[in-house]
Write a protein that binds this ligand. Structure first.
Ligand SMILES: [Zn+2]
Length: 274
């Protein structure tokens, strides 16, 4: 699933090409992707609308229109949002095609069909389950060391589960939770309450560092993820533990192990992480 660095990479790509463009039409090939409004209203409202900017909140992309509406897209497992300056050939997983007045198009592809698209005014974005209760953006001033420490006092859950909790911090998923915990030297199944003040501080910096690095490397492509131009990310070549079970730790040579924490496959080094 695309996490914050992947969605941010897509956002940056779209922010370079969408603002100023005017939608001519939208063709819906799988109506199940459009959650709000009804498909007929969706296809009638889009034409003539000009894009003003492209934003992101957690893993949600937000395409702001000059008429005040927002097109909100969550890619879930396998969704792709691809921009092309010229018309493209459809495949069987192309669910939506937005065509602009200059012939450029934005397509929404989704093999698993879990991705969701909404068109609504900003004050109704709170109706999107998951978006309304998002915690702070990890790369914003709201996610500071004081916030992190304050939110970690009464937790009996594992530290991995807390990092995955979107109400605690927005946008982290399985890849970057595992990577941040390896950088911080913390075993993923540790109870939050057991982390020392120093460990909390190290983990805070590890979360920020791994997200910044992954954005700089344009995200991680394990299978489906592509950026807005269809290119692969590069961070998969720099992963230290995620999906590296059975391989030697790049730091100490110990075998990376895989366990299940918070219901998710979790990768860690038994020597580096305690
Ligand atoms: Zn190690």
């Amino acid at each position: 699933m695309p996490e914050l660095p992947e969605v941010e990479t897509i956002r940056r790509g779209l922010a370079n090409v969408l603002p100023g463009r005017v939608f001519a039409r939208v063709d819906v090939y799988y109506g199940g992707s459009v959650k709000q409004p009804a498909v007929a209203e969706f296809t009638q409202t889009i034409p003539g609308q000009r894009v003003s900017s492209v934003g992101r909140r957690g893993k949600y992309l937000q395409i702001f229109l000059e008429n005040g509406l927002v097109l909100v897209v969550h890619l879930r497992m396998t969704g792709k949002l691809l921009f092309s300056p010229t018309p493209i050939e459809l495949d069987k997983h192309t669910h939506l095609v937005f065509t602009f007045t200059d012939g450029a198009c934005l397509t929404f592809n989704d093999v698993r069909k879990f991705g969701t698209v909404y068109l609504l005014p900003p004050h109704r974005m709170c109706e999107i389950k998951g978006l309304a209760c998002l915690g702070p953006e990890p790369l914003s001033a709201d996610f500071c060391l004081e916030y992190m420490k304050a939110k970690m006092t009464k937790r009996k859950t594992s530290i991995k589960a807390l990092l995955l909790n979107q109400e605690f911090v927005a946008g982290l998923g399985n890849i970057y939770a595992d990577e941040a915990l390896h950088r911080a030297g913390i075993k993923p199944d540790r109870a939050v309450i057991s982390l020392t003040s120093q460990e909390r501080e190290i983990l805070y910096h590890a979360v920020c560092e791994v997200l910044h690095e992954a954005i700089n490397w344009r995200g991680t492509t394990m299978s489906d993820y592509r950026d807005a131009s269809g290119s692969y990310g590069q961070f998969q070549n720099r992963l230290r533990v995620y999906q590296r079970h059975g391989k030697p730790c790049l730091y100490c040579g110990e075998r990376i192990e895989r366990i299940v924490v918070a219901g998710r496959g979790t990768h860690y080094c038994p020597a580096c992480q305690t």
